[in-house]
Design a binder for this molecule. Structure first.
Ligand SMILES: Cc1ncc(COP(=O)(O)O)c(C=O)c1O
Length: 388
């Protein structure tokens, strides 16, 4: 990050777009700027790029016959999945993981007001879905379950294959919010059969403002928006052709770097974890193994074990040139304990002490060298100030 001295450790919130992606988009902008619904050659060029992007995205994820709906990002894809499926069905039970992103949890809460019976699937202390608790919950009247593939706050990666098998056996539709997983861990949707999957380009060095919902062909959804019938009738509005091509370019780049990139990130992360583990009082959260390779999460505490406010630590680290997050980006602007950490069984004070460090290919070992010292100085500063 030569142009920016910030030590950027907030990849789970957003990633800097890759140079090759921006170049590809600039080239497409010159040739495919027209409206893909237009029947003249300029429109046809845009339509061709859009359809090529759709096919390429499905193929990159190993789900060649998926229906692909481009959206503005992960939030809209999650909303489309939950509202689209549920409003096309007679209300029944809707299951969701106990640590879902607000884009899923708030949509589900709205569906509860529309007559759906909402039930959360418990997670263990590491943030992994309890499969034994899940199985009986899949009985009628459960119609849909939404489980995030990977959690942004504690880094847990769910056993999606096992969850998908249980759902198939029970005849329950499975949606997975894979916003934090796509581009970070290998996903092959021919093997792990979900019915709907959400993703967002800005988490894997693609452009902001574009995501997608992939769905099983033939699935009937009620479109939440009305308009010109674009995207198979599921998302009205002139399609963001160049952004869609940028999403695909970013994912192709990422997949081409895998599995070496994930291994390199995990190695970097593990060495950092080892160094941070020597800071007295600091406690890691989430699973040690089944976790995102670029993700480290912890509770900030004094050497005596008194929890310190994660948000205050984020500000103190920012003053030292380090960008991290105190939880999911969307909730980090709010006060109060993290609902995810509470769901993992932490107490309210500890649930305010969460900190997330998420790495990307722009980070080197040398960049991380000063971090433990900076974190220790932040702990002393906050402890001395009597925070929280
Ligand atoms: C798990 C998860 N789902 C959904 C979203 C929302 O995605 P977007 O910002 O593209 O709307 C995020 C963003 O942080 C996320 O982490």
């Amino acid at each position: 990050m030569a142009a920016n001295p910030l030590l950027y450790l907030d990849a789970c919130a957003a990633t800097p777009p890759a140079a090759a992606v921006l170049e590809a988009m600039a080239a497409h902008q010159a040739t495919a700027w027209a409206n893909p619904s237009s029947l003249h050659p300029a429109g046809l060029a845009a339509a061709e790029l859009l359809e090529r992007s759709r096919l390429a995205l499905a193929e990159l994820l190993g789900w060649a016959n998926a229906q692909v709906v481009f959206t503005s990002g992960g939030t809209e894809a999650n909303n489309l999945a939950l509202f689209g499926v549920c409003r096309a069905l007679v209300p029944g039970r809707l299951l969701l993981g106990a640590i879902e992103h607000p884009a899923v949890a708030a949509a589900a809460a709205q569906l509860a007001r529309e007559g759906w019976q909402l039930q959360t699937v418990p997670v263990n202390h590491q943030g992994l879905v309890d499969l034994e608790a899940l199985e009986p919950l899949l009985a009628p009247p459960t119609r849909l379950i939404s489980i995030g593939w990977a959690n942004s706050e504690v880094g847990s990666v769910q056993p999606l294959q096992a969850i998908a098998s249980l759902c198939r056996a029970a005849g329950v539709l499975l949606h997975s919010d894979a916003v934090q997983a796509v581009g970070q861990i290998p996903l092959h949707l021919g093997q792990t059969q979900v019915d709907l999957l959400s993703l967002s380009a800005h988490k894997f060095q693609g452009p902001r403002g574009i995501g997608a919902l992939l769905l099983k062909p033939g699935l009937s959804l009620q479109p939440p928006s009305a308009g010109g019938g674009q995207e198979g009738g599921l998302r009205a509005g002139t399609e963001p052709v160049v952004l869609a091509a940028g999403l695909v370019a970013a994912l192709a780049l990422r997949q081409g770097q895998q599995p070496a990139l994930a291994a390199a990130m995990a190695a970097l992360r593990d060495r950092l974890r080892q160094r941070l583990g020597q800071i007295p009082g600091l406690q890691f959260t989430g699973p040690p193994q089944q976790r995102l390779p670029h993700h480290l999460s912890l509770l900030l505490q004094t050497p005596e074990g008194r929890p310190l406010a994660g948000r205050a630590a984020v500000r103190a680290l920012a003053r030292r040139g380090v960008a991290v997050s105190s939880g999911s980006a969307c909730s980090s602007g709010r006060d109060g304990p993290s609902p995810s950490l509470l769901a993992l069984g932490y107490g309210p004070e500890q649930a305010r002490a969460g900190l997330r460090l998420s790495l990307g290919p722009w980070i080197t070992e040398a960049d991380l060298e000063p971090l433990p010292g900076l974190l220790e100085s932040v702990i002393h500063e906050l402890a001395a100030a009597g925070a929280p």
